[in-house]
Design a protein around this ligand. Structure first.
Ligand SMILES: [Fe+2]
Length: 315
């Protein structure tokens, strides 16, 4: 048994820690409470804390100041700020600066705070597991992440297989092959931060929702950095939605500015996405997928890598 996961509550509202204890009762999660920022810091120094939920108007120090100190002390701890109406500008600014991972407006709503804290616990656990994970554990984590998006079941394994076909044909070194395999498994790990209602929406997403989806490579790369993953793996996570013509996201890098390992996984990802059924589209058969790949090779994907994949597919 590992040590329990801890949530630390430092709020003026005495009912919130009890509510969280009740909501997380069935899990191996401890809810700790502190009366002041100073006491909260003392707890965070002594024990690992997955998620801290802080109000802003605390005795001795503001919640924003507390979260800033907790970030220095324990960067992987997910920091949730509860902000009253008058604190909103400070809360938005703290979130923008990365001091708070996210903020919720008071009065808090039980379902919303549960979802936020639960998401924070999952993110913390993923980072902790990734840190020293062996290969079997990495695949297990990737599959756990996939469960959130049932339409992608088996996707990470198939992407790895296709990406390794390309990488093998390029005779890339062993270490890069390993990074490509792991990056293929984990490329969508940032989706753990995307609300399921958006991820599984069965139609065309609104522009605002698509903007949220577009954040998953950056969020995933942040997880990769916090977990000390190798740079090539982080490159894959960050750049797997870039396009060869520069019209992709999140950075808009184009051509060979996009790291080779990310271009390889982008080809494999698109190929697999076309071969399976998605919430928004029915999958193509292999022949149709190859025809569309031929079209995409003109703009979206590195043409040389598309050709290598198509040449190395087993019939
Ligand atoms: Fe993705």
């Amino acid at each position: 048994m590992g040590e329990p996961t801890r949530i630390l509550c430092v709020v003026n509202d005495a009912t919130l820690p009890d509510t969280l204890s009740r909501l997380f009762l069935s899990r191996d999660i401890q809810v700790l409470r502190a009366e002041s920022g100073k006491e909260a810091l003392g707890i965070a120094r002594g024990e690992s804390v997955a998620v801290v939920v802080a109000g802003n108007l605390l005795p001795e120090m503001r919640g924003v100041e507390l979260l800033s100190q907790i970030r220095d002390l324990s960067p992987n701890t997910v920091r949730v700020l509860l902000a009253g109406h008058t604190d909103l500008p400070a809360a938005i600014e703290a979130t923008h600066r990365g001091v708070a991972s996210r903020f919720l407006e008071e009065p808090w709503v039980e379902e919303e705070i549960f979802r936020t804290v639960e998401g924070g616990v999952r993110r913390y656990q993923v980072i902790r597991s990734l840190r020293h994970a062996d290969e079997a554990a990495l695949l297990w984590i990737a599959q756990e992440i996939e469960l959130k998006d049932p339409y992608t079941r088996g996707h990470c394994d198939r992407v790895a297989a296709a990406a390794l076909k390309i990488a093998g044909a390029l005779r890339l070194p062993e270490g890069t092959l390993r990074a490509i395999k792991h990056g293929s498994w984990l490329h969508d790990c940032g989706k753990i931060d995307v609300p399921e209602g958006i991820l599984n929406y069965p139609g065309k997403l609104s522009t605002a929702d698509f903007e949220v989806i577009k954040k998953h490579p950056g969020w995933g790369a942040e997880i990769g950095r916090q977990a000390n993953l190798p740079e090539e793996v982080i490159n894959i996570i960050l750049h797997h939605h870039e396009r060869f013509d520069g019209k992709g996201y999140p950075t808009g890098a184009k051509g060979t500015e996009i790291p080779l390992e990310a271009r390889i996984v982008a080809v494999a990802d698109v190929f697999d996405a076309m071969s399976g059924d998605r919430p928004y589209a029915k999958g193509y058969d292999r022949e149709e997928a190859m025809r569309v790949m031929g079209v995409l090779r003109e703009a979206a994907l590195d043409p040389r890598l598309v050709d290598l994949l198509l040449a190395n597919l087993t019939p």
